[in-house]
Ligand binder design. Sequence first.
Ligand code: ADP
Ligand code: MG
Length: 390
Amino acid sequence: MSLSCETHVAQAFSEAFGPEPSGVWSAPGRVNLIGEHTDYNEGLCLPIALPQRTYAAVALRTDRRLRLRSLQSPTQYEIDLEDIRPGNPSGWGGYAAGVLWALQDAGHQVRGLDLMLDGHVPLGAGLSSSAALECAVAAAVSDLMDLHLLGDDSARAGLAAICVNAENTIAQAPTGGMDQSAALRCQAGHGLLLDCRDGSVEQVPFDLSADGLALLVMDTRAEHQLVDVQYAQRRASCEDASQQLGLASLREVAFNDLDQALDRLSGNRIRARARHVVTEIERVRQMVALLRAGRLPDVGSLLNASHASMRDDFEISCTELDVAVEAATTHGALGARMTGGGFGGSAIALVPADSSAKVTSAVMDAFSDKGFATPNCFAVTAEAPARRDS
Ligand code: ADP
Ligand code: MG
């Protein structure tokens, strides 16, 4: 019988450090159902927490040293709390050490620790392994140092903000707030409607099995150059658009006023960027309304429209993502879209559960016909947020 994930990471901790860990904590990866590149526009998004989680076995130390290990990386770190700063440590250690730094930055007293990670969220697939890592570490530190940041949703919202600060400041990745909120604030069986203007959330029922449906994740394994540059350019375009309109963010453009707003923007490209953001926020609203009305099978056209908007207006798709979406929708998916930042990473497809295998093989065949790397396709459900496992 295979070991549970908790036992496995705890054993790896003991092999690396000697004694047993004080406990094991975990946090999930996420897929965003709809609402892409809306977080930094103060808009709406709708992620679910994945069954794939990152596990952290941790023990506190009496000094201020961090010893960091991961079963996914040969790189090991030993660093004092005082030496953590932007860009140091570099690599994956920045995500873990960054959490300790950001907790201190928020006024919490922290100590050193020994950490062993085991991540089951595919790395760099747009499924937010970085936030899963941060939130697993943050959950452990909160419990072990009695910070009480894993309690109700408002405590978890505070912890999410700390993890965002860790990723932005120390790991120097300019992400919005969706990933950490998903890892900490999602609930099983629900999508998390996150309002990125005020950080408020609502739980929206997302029960695939009730409708005989499955949600496929299709990790294209495509890696493209200059993703960070492209991300920064999209953010800058959105800021430019809201400035031209004299608004705090594109969230302030009401969907019904979109045409007038677009008329006031100069340049076709900026108009297309703004159109994606405003229509995407509206699609989130429509999807939430359908889910609340028990009409999950009807959301397919919204997923397709979201993909078209990202491909044509926001221009963040790529051939691999388009091929995955196209193959899925022509072989029985109710709808499909790329998810995450774009330029590679993953797409999702909503499929009748009994068509999962057919859709998956159609996507695999399409990739092999094009000479792309074999995609990693798997079905997911909406699962639990960060927690203590043992
Ligand atoms: P994503 O969050 O979509 O997976 P990112 O580029 O934001 O992609 O984060 C991936 C990075 O997070 C990896 O390159 C690595 O530095 C770090 N990371 C995530 N999980 C782990 C892990 N289990 N062990 C070591 N590093 C990890
Ligand atoms: Mg990430």
